[in-house]
Design a protein around this ligand. Structure first.
Ligand SMILES: [Zn+2]
Length: 358
């Protein structure tokens, strides 16, 4: 870690981030933690391994001997895709997702061949998209990389047009026609699609607008999904790889004594998780490094100046990082995993808001 980089980032973070929000804290914001203070963890802890990997069968799929005619065998494509079960979005084994306008997704489909140990591969795979069930169109500049099991391609960021509430975009991988091999087997093939619904944040109303407002500058491409799925007890939010930021507005509605700034703080905490994800590449691949860096920087220590909020049972470094990032924006500690943000941690958390890794 470079001290100067961190100091600079922290200073920059203080300038960039909504000063009105910090100033608007309720009585008690920033005060030493008393024994009577109520503390709740803000969210359902971020799990970096909570989506099971679904590995496709080997690309080489030999038909069972004697069960197919040579005619059928001859028509089998040289290169094909396994079904949607093996599709991935951003490296995770699901084929639908919610995202905010302005984000891009990585699309993956598992491939197979019937043609021996040295398959004839397409020279090019690109991405096609269709918006709201319209016509499939090739996304220019996209190129799939044929890996050991999957073809991987990054779609360009999707921006929902002004005035449109949301769009559902299907993506699929499409191969260029193969020009080698048996003539009848030469063709272009397309994968089963993955489906991403993009919210237009400018069109948010109600609770979506309420919880997006404090992060509009910090995470402008975030989506706010209002739901309770996967959120239990006093927890009020979650950042998930599939649905982005989810806020449990129903539980918040029952917390009449909780200051609004604490409720909005959950959004900021989730926005910090979004930065952890996207600053490390926005795919599953980056998560182990993010987790390791979190563990190296964010430690379980006590405030040398006074009492420290006890750490929640599921306190982990990457949650502490999100708490410290949130405290840079809004210092109240009504909802926290506990512990203490030391200067090095604040500096590292500030890097998140600069779209940098710590
Ligand atoms: Zn969290």
């Amino acid at each position: 870690m470079h001290a100067r980089r961190l100091t600079t980032a922290l200073a920059a973070a203080a300038v960039v981030l909504s000063p009105t929000f910090v100033a608007a804290g309720p009585a008690g914001a920033g005060q030493p933690e008393g024994r009577t203070a109520q503390h709740r963890a803000p969210d359902t802890a971020l799990m970096t391994r909570d989506v099971p990997q679904v590995d496709p069968p080997a690309p080489l799929a030999r038909p069972a001997a004697g069960r197919t005619t040579s005619e059928r065998a001859a028509r089998r494509p040289l290169f094909a895709f396994w079904g949607s079960k093996y599709n991935r979005i951003d490296g995770f084994a699901f084929s639908t997702a919610l995202r905010g306008s302005g984000t891009s997704v990585q699309v993956e489909a598992a491939w197979k061949t019937y043609r021996g140990v040295r398959p004839i591969l397409p020279r090019k795979v690109f991405v096609q998209a269709r918006v709201d069930g319209g016509k499939w169109r090739r996304l220019s500049g996209t190129k799939g990389k044929i890996g050991k099991q999957h073809v991987v391609a990054r779609a360009p960021a999707h921006v929902v047009p002004a005035g449109v509430v949301a769009q559902t975009v299907d993506y699929r991988l499409k191969t260029k026609k193969i020009k080698k091999g048996p003539r009848r087997a030469r063709r272009s093939v397309a994968s089963k699609p993955v489906t991403v619904t993009f919210d237009n944040q400018a069109m948010y109303t109600g609770d979506q607008a309420r919880f997006y407002a404090p992060i509009a500058q910090l995470c402008p491409n975030a989506n706010i999904h209002i739901d309770t799925t996967g959120i239990t007890g006093d927890r009020t939010g979650v950042f998930s790889w599939q649905n982005g930021i989810t806020i449990d507005a129903a539980t918040f509605a029952t917390r009449v004594d909780e200051p609004e700034i604490s409720k909005l703080g959950t959004s900021i905490h989730e926005c910090a998780h979004m930065k952890q994800f996207y600053n490390w590449g926005g795919t599953r691949e980056g998560l182990p490094a993010m987790e390791a860096r979190s563990a190296a920087v964010f430690v379980a220590d006590d405030d040398p100046a006074g009492p420290t909020v006890p750490m929640a049972p599921d306190w982990v470094p990457l949650e502490h990082a999100a708490d410290c990032a949130k405290e840079l924006i809004s210092p109240e500690r009504y909802r926290t995993y506990g512990g203490y943000c030391n200067p090095a941690e604040y500096a590292a958390a500030g890097l998140l808001w600069q779209n940098q890794q710590y």
